[in-house]
Design a protein around this ligand. Structure first.
Ligand code: AMP
Length: 286
């Protein structure tokens, strides 16, 4: 695996590959890699000749300076994990390389308000930062295929829209959620959970599974109330949102309308750590 710390070295290297007709898959990450990240790399290697992974803890997407400061950065371990994966190239830049003009400037995009709800409502400016960094990374890497996790479904929708607005010839591919043994969605933030809470956090997935099983029997509002109460009944758990939505636009589904597909999204603050999860349910054709 080749490691590049600057775009000036990475760009000509990738240009050369492209001229040789090689396809490029790209997996952007913030590091502290786990099996979920590695599954995206494995997926990329199936379709693309070269897989590029980036590790960059983007300061502009954190609206909480403590969260940014405490974000885990085990770079040496990450490199070892990537070396035993199918990753060909690691882009490991400093802030100056990604933002040579500083972090202040960011273009506005019409994201249909997708950036303002759920995570966007709780973390103002978060998606502006995500869009800002992914736009730069896409300009640098110029991939054929971009791999994103369903775990951050709202982010996936927003970045798909970004690629459409920029009119880039990039396939945006969503990969399934990897989970720990108790069902907890893998996340770099899980490392910060005390052992007992990490164990207990399996209830988030159990609640999603229960909610999904009730979808034909109860109204969305009823399911939502039960789920929130069940999650909040655990010490140190505080639900930020639990919503049953249309996966295309993240709008609420009406209780009596015939639905096709549904996404149940949840964000819970567990011991001060924000945990996200979701479940997509395919409806019957009406
Ligand atoms: P992050 O490092 O958290 O920014 O995540 C980098 C990429 O990995 C994003 O596309 C995430 O959606 C994806 N990802 C994070 N957690 C998981 C998971 N548990 N399973 C699959 N993909 C994930």
């Amino acid at each position: 695996m080749q490691i590049f710390k600057t775009r000036n070295e990475l760009e000509p290297y990738l240009d050369k590959l492209r001229k040789q007709g090689r396809s490029i898959g790209f997996v952007p990450t913030m590091g502290a890699l786990h099996a979920g990240h590695l599954s995206l790399i494995a997926e990329s290697s199936l379709l693309s000749d070269f897989t590029v992974c980036s590790i960059f803890v983007n300061p502009t997407q954190f609206n909480n300076s403590t969260d940014l400061e405490k974000y885990p950065r085990p770079v040496e371990t990450d490199i070892k994990k990537l070396e035993s994966s199918a990753c060909n190239i690691l882009y490991l830049p400093e802030v100056d390389d990604v933002y040579p003009q500083g972090t202040g400037e960011s273009q506005e995009f019409n994201l249909f308000g997708l950036d303002l709800k759920l995570e966007g409502a709780s973390r103002p400016g978060h998606f502006t930062g995500v869009v800002q960094v992914v736009k730069v990374l896409l300009e640098i890497v110029n991939p054929d295929n971009l791999y994103l996790g369903q775990k951050d479904y709202q982010q996936f929708l927003i970045l798909k829209r970004l690629v459409e607005l920029l009119d880039l010839p990039v396939n945006v591919i969503m990969c399934p959620i990897y989970r720990e043994e108790n069902g907890l969605a893998m996340s770099s933030r899980n490392e910060r959970l005390p052992k007992d809470l990490r164990e207990k956090a399996g209830i988030i997935y159990a609640t999603l599974t229960y909610a999904a099983s009730m979808i034909n029997d109860l109204k969305p509002e009823e399911i939502k109330l039960i789920a929130i109460a069940a999650l909040n009944s655990n010490d140190n758990f505080k639900v930020d949102y639990f919503e049953i939505l249309d996966p295309i636009n993240l709008e609420p589904i009406s209780s009596d309308a015939n639905w096709r597909n549904i996404i149940i999204v949840v964000s819970v603050i567990v011991g001060g750590i924000r945990l996200l999860d979701n479940m997509l349910i395919e409806g019957e054709d009406h």
